[in-house]
Design a protein around this ligand. Structure first.
Ligand code: FAD
Ligand code: AMP
Length: 478
């Protein structure tokens, strides 16, 4: 007889493992199926985020930033370092250690919460049965009252630049270079392309980013995107917009990429190319035909606002469903679904999911952008405070960028907060908390902020919304 669970989760990424832990905490007999194998050949929980995404990329961003600081900006503090060297394999090894630690930690959390971990490839059959195929080909079928699909996503491949993980790599391959390539091409100026491009540029690569769209970071607030393009270009990233890759030829250890832009056809030769043109939902061999779970027109699993699929008792969360492909979005959907299975009235505020690009300076935002609000015909007031006027940013020698707060002109309610600058991710999170409670710009302006902090820039930008900033001339008069 097959084993029965209250909840079976397919996929152990930040969506799936959080859904499984929460389900177990709510008293359900829970199992989580995962097939991914880490570098040691053993099953590893944590999904893209912990294994080949958020965490390893941030580990390399932090290491490479320290190298950049040591070589470029220690002198300004009066520190001389002599000849600073980077040991790339050691940097990669540190990253691998962090990954191993964290993925192992999820196993411990599963044990602590009573989640059963099942190794193998999961496939949803009819009537909420789940088939698991192990490496040796053996198959087991489990039954569940509820199934949560959290199979995540995979990098998109484009025919003109087929990934061989040697010369042409995807985001996973780009986390494992053993030396900084002299000439690095990055196809796609999205979040992942810019973050990984930054890592290797800081370590000495000459980086060229080839982006098909004419506009840089179209989803980001335009004023922020403009500043970001300026700053990243100054850091040495050559950003070619309106340039579509049409082909590539690998010869030995280098690759010549062909692309077309406004001037016609061009070619450029690189030692490595990273393909970072987005990710696709992972639904391969996941749903039996009679499972009756429907996909939407873009190939994501169709779900409603509560992550319920077209089949009662079957849910889907994270990258495999609509919405931003972000770890925190996946996790919160996991919590919401577990709560709803328990009969609680949980819901998620999809309007306030912060997004961050971990370049330096960081680029972060929550809520709506100025161009979005103008497009919707909403009358707004905008307050901007530059880090150049922040004592804390000056002390840290990190004054690039600004905080921008956008409020409804009629109600003063904050509708968007956008930051490019030091600790932008953390500053935007403060705004997100306040916005969740319906803050007005005036409310933020009335709060007491510690001095000296980068957070004071949020305070001043909120004051500037209504022409009341103290530490900069107000563009808007009261
Ligand atoms: P995943 O993390 O992809 O997990 C899905 C899991 O399901 C995988 O482990 C997979 O092996 C398993 N699986 C799939 N199908 C099956 C099956 N049939 N049977 C068994 N197991 C299966 N997001 C952020 O929020 N912040 C960041 O800084 C950030 N940085 C990123 C950097 C990079 C380089 C990349 C690639 C992504 C980054 N992301 C970031 C995105 C983030 O990693 C994803 O949004 C997040 O991992 C999605 O979580 P998930 O649980 O939906 O899917
Ligand atoms: P994101 O989806 O944020 O990871 O960004 C991926 C980026 O890659 C998008 O901005 C796409 O416009 C870009 N892109 C997709 N295909 C190509 C291509 N053939 N050449 C250049 N850029 C591309």
């Amino acid at each position: 007889m097959s084993q029965k669970y209250d909840v079976i989760v397919i996929g152990g990424g930040p969506g799936g493992y959080v859904a499984a832990i929460k389900s177990a905490q709510l008293g359900f007999k829970t199992a989580c199926i995962e097939k991914y194998k880490g570098k040691d050949g053993k099953m590893a929980l944590g999904g893209t985020c912990l294994n080949v995404g958020c965490i390893p990329s941030k580990a390399l961003l932090d290491s490479s930033w320290k190298f950049h600081e040591a070589t470029e900006s220690f002198a300004v503090h009066g520190i001389s370092t002599g000849d600073v060297k980077i040991d790339v394999p050691a940097m990669i090894g540190r990253k691998d250690g962090i990954v191993k630690n964290l993925t192992g930690g999820i196993g411990l959390l599963f044990k602590g919460n009573g989640v059963t971990s099942i190794e193998g490839h999961g496939k949803l059959l009819a009537n909420k049965r789940v088939e698991v195929t192990k490496d040796d080909g053996s198959v087991e079928v489990y039954e569940a009252d509820n199934v949560i699909i959290a199979s995540g996503s995979q990098p998109i491949n484009i025919p003109p630049a087929p990934v061989d993980q040697k010369v042409i790599v995807d985001s996973t391959g780009a986390l494992d270079f053993q030396e900084a390539p002299k000439r690095l091409g990055v196809i796609g100026a999205g979040v992942i392309g810019l973050e990984l491009g930054s890592v290797w540029a800081r370590l000495g690569s000459k980086v060229t980013v080839i982006e098909a769209l004419d506009k840089f970071l179209p989803a980001v607030d335009e004023q922020v995107a403009k500043e970001a393009q300026k700053v990243l270009t100054k850091q040495g990233l050559e950003i070619r917009l309106g340039a579509r890759v049409t082909g590539s030829t690998v010869k030995g250890n280098e690759v010549t990429v062909a692309f077309t832009d406004a001037e016609g056809e061009k070619q450029e030769t690189f030692d490595k190319v990273i393909v970072a043109v987005g990710r696709r939902p992972e639904t391969k061999n996941l749903l039996a035909e009679d499972s009756e779970v429907k996909l939407d027109e873009r190939g994501f699993i169709y779900v409603n606002e509560f992550c319920a699929t077209s089949v009662p008792g079957v849910y889907a969360i994270g990258d495999v469903v609509r919405g931003p492909m972000l770890a925190h979005k996946a996790s919160e959907e996991g919590v919401m679904v577990a709560e709803r299975i328990a009969g609680h009235k949980a819901q998620m505020n999809y309007d306030l999911i912060p997004g961050v690009i971990y370049t330096h300076p960081e680029i972060a935002g929550v809520g709506k952008t100025e161009q979005q609000l103008k497009g919707e015909g909403v009358a707004i007031n905008v307050g901007v405070f530059p880090f150049a006027a922040s004592g804390r940013a000056m002390a840290a020698n990190d004054t690039t960028g600004f905080v921008k707060i956008i409020a409804d002109a009629a109600t003063d309610r904050v509708l968007g907060a956008h930051v490019i600058g030091p600790s932008a991710a953390e500053l935007v999170q403060q705004c997100a908390i306040a916005m969740e409670f319906g803050t007005s710009a005036e409310d933020l302006g009335l709060m007491v902020f510690s001095h000296p902090t980068l957070s004071e820039a949020v305070h001043e930008a909120a004051l500037a919304v209504n022409g009341e900033a103290i530490h900069i001339p107000n563009r808007k008069k009261r």
